[in-house]
Design a protein around this ligand. Structure first.
Ligand code: HEM
Length: 253
């Protein structure tokens, strides 16, 4: 067996040449983006695919033990991973938008402005659909159909509004995928965490000193469930557009 010395003697030294500082910074952003994104979406799938069916099998005393211990920890990583994913993603995207706008004589601020305007309004429309919490707007398939139509219209609007010939496939793909993810993050902080932290407190108080859990907790739990389900479905087109950015040039350049 040749010793490492002999291997080193005969094997050509690997050619390692680190790219420049800007490329290294972007790679760091991308790395943080992946790590935080996997943590966020991984926990989202855990909640939807494992935790919801698991909780249905537990009786109230067991829930009183499990929920106050499991959920605060899981929701802490969930909501902060969402923030880190989005901030790293936006910083990375800002670099792409800046380069495209510079080359095309456009305004990066206008692209970002349209991004936040469109996708925040979409989030508000989808949230408004959840507020009644009864009748057809309490049916998953109906909400899914409404959500799909609204998001397709928003994506189309983003493409039409950013169609000056200099926008790259990376800018446009992330403009849609990142927009969906921006809404998902607003759902995490604006709906899921806001509701779950109260449900955890009520469950804990009920388990420790028998305080009855308020009746309204049922409607709140339903809203958090529907929002989490919606986020799980949103993650599918979101990840498509993340991957399409550099690998599937469907939006021209
Ligand atoms: C506002 C939210 C987000 C923004 C602004 C954003 C932005 C970006 C940008 C600019 C890229 C690089 C694209 C390229 O190199 O052409 C990217 C890639 C990627 N993003 Fe995001 N992202 C967001 C959310 C997410 C989320 C939630 C995930 C979940 C895991 C995610 C996963 C990925 C992956 C896997 C890639 C790599 C694609 C590839 O190189 O093939 N992103 N994202």
């Amino acid at each position: 067996m040749p010793s490492p010395y002999h291997i080193a003697m005969f094997a050509p030294a690997p050619n390692i040449a680190l790219p420049d500082a800007n490329a290294t910074f972007l790679m760091l952003l991308r790395w943080i983006h992946f790590l935080a994104g996997i943590t966020w979406i991984g926990l989202l799938y855990f909640f939807n695919l494992v935790n919801v069916p698991f909780m249905k099998e537990l009786d109230a005393p067991t829930k009183g033990k499990v929920i106050p211990s499991l959920m605060p920890r899981a929701l802490w990583w969930f909501r902060w991973a969402a923030v880190v994913t989005v901030v790293a993603g936006l910083a990375y995207w800002g670099n792409i938008v800046g380069a495209d706008a510079h080359n095309g004589g456009g305004s990066p601020g206008a692209v970002m402005g349209r991004f936040f305007l469109i996708w925040t309004i979409v989030w508000a429309i989808l949230y408004a659909c959840l507020i009644p919490g009864k009748g057809v707007l309490d049916k998953g398939p109906v909400l899914a159909a409404i959500y799909a139509v609204v998001i397709v219209i928003a994506a189309w609007l983003f493409l039409c509004w950013n169609n000056h010939g200099w926008e790259s496939n990376r800018l446009l793909s992330i403009g849609i995928g990142g927009g969906i993810s921006w809404m998902m993050m607003l759902n995490v902080w604006g709906v899921i965490w806001r509701i779950q932290k109260r449900l955890i407190l009520w469950t804990r108080d009920n388990a420790t000193n028998g305080t009855p859990i308020p009746e309204k907790s049922k409607a709140m739990a339903r809203m958090a469930f529907l929002t989490s389900r919606a986020n799980a479905f949103f993650s599918i087109p979101m990840l498509f557009f993340m991957g399409a950015a550099s690998h599937y040039p469907m939006f021209g350049k």
